[in-house]
Design a protein around this ligand. Structure first.
Ligand code: SAH
Length: 264
């Protein structure tokens, strides 16, 4: 594990989106081994976005990175999507895909996999276009700021989704708790938070770069979500066997929470 927290400056200077995508977002690795981490996350995202009430006009993706897998089931239930990330090169990589520019990452196998889960593998091109059409803005954000999109103020959304971001962005549990309050403020009362978080991970590495991760337990995440004014409606843990040299991740927590009406 790295001795020090890798903050936004490290992300900005050393996070290579293309290498990240190659390392973690192909369905099988160079030895032909299936990417169970990705496939399990796609299954649980499909399950969570199928829950009652997970629909509305607007969805905000917090800490999107260069990826779209987290929007594939979500896009069926929301009309407009706004994606946020700190790092310039990650937002740029996402826009490359959005505009179908040369060199953009090929999400087809992943989109096909999700379409198969949803019942029709042949609909992959349609779904891909749906994401492109609905994803309206890709904006800079910093989850450690009270208004993560400052100086832009976004109208509160019906739902926010955040995958593998806060545990990377927060140096300690207090920062994690405040970050949840900051991103929680981007949702309307009665709206939802969909989160996928790694548990007990202290680092992940790719492209010879190591990134720190806040070591979290299930109850810490749930308590922080509740502390941000949400009621946890769904929570499931998927465990992983040790042996992956790229990370010491032990499990993934997926949860859906509903924002309570404000007391003020
Ligand atoms: N959601 C994507 C990317 C996760 S990688 C996925 O599921 O694969 C972690 C992401 O968090 C990176 O894109 C990084 O740029 C972003 N990040 C790190 N610190 C941040 C901060 N303070 N505010 C917003 N995003 C941050």
């Amino acid at each position: 594990a790295p001795a020090v927290f890798t903050g936004v400056d490290v992300y900005q200077s050393s996070f290579n989106p293309q290498e990240y995508l190659k390392e973690f977002y192909t369905l099988s690795d160079s030895q032909g081994q299936p990417n169970t981490f990705l496939m399990e996350n796609l299954k649980i995202l499909f399950k969570m976005f199928s829950l009652d009430g997970l629909r509305g006009d607007t969805l905000i993706d917090v800490g999107c990175g260069p990826t779209i897998y987290q929007l594939l089931s979500a896009c069926e239930h929301f009309q407009e999507i706004i994606a946020l990330d700190y790092t310039d090169q990650n937002r740029r990589e996402l826009e490359k895909w959005l505009k179908n520019e040369p060199g953009a990452f090929d999400w087809k196998p992943v989109v096909e996999y999700v379409c198969e889960l949803e019942g029709d593998r042949e609909k992959w091109a349609e779904k891909q276009e749906k994401v492109r059409k609905k994803l309206r803005q890709v904006l800079k954000c910093d989850v450690t700021k009270a208004n993560p999109t400052d100086p832009v103020s976004l109208p509160p959304a019906d739902c926010i989704v955040s995958t593998l971001c806060l545990e990377a962005a927060c140096k300690d549990l207090d920062t994690f708790r405040s970050a949840l309050k900051h991103i929680g403020a981007l949702v309307k009362p009665g709206g939802h938070l969909v989160m996928v978080t790694v548990l007990r991970e202290t680092y992940y590495a790719f492209n010879k770069q190591v990134f720190s991760c806040l070591r979290l337990e299930k109850n810490m995440v749930e308590e922080a979500v509740e502390g941000a004014g949400f009621d946890v409606k769904f929570s499931e843990v998927q465990t992983y066997l040790p042996g992956d040299i790229r990370t010491d991740c032990e499990a993934v927590l997926s949860l859906v929470a509903r924002k309570l009406a404000s007391i003020t």
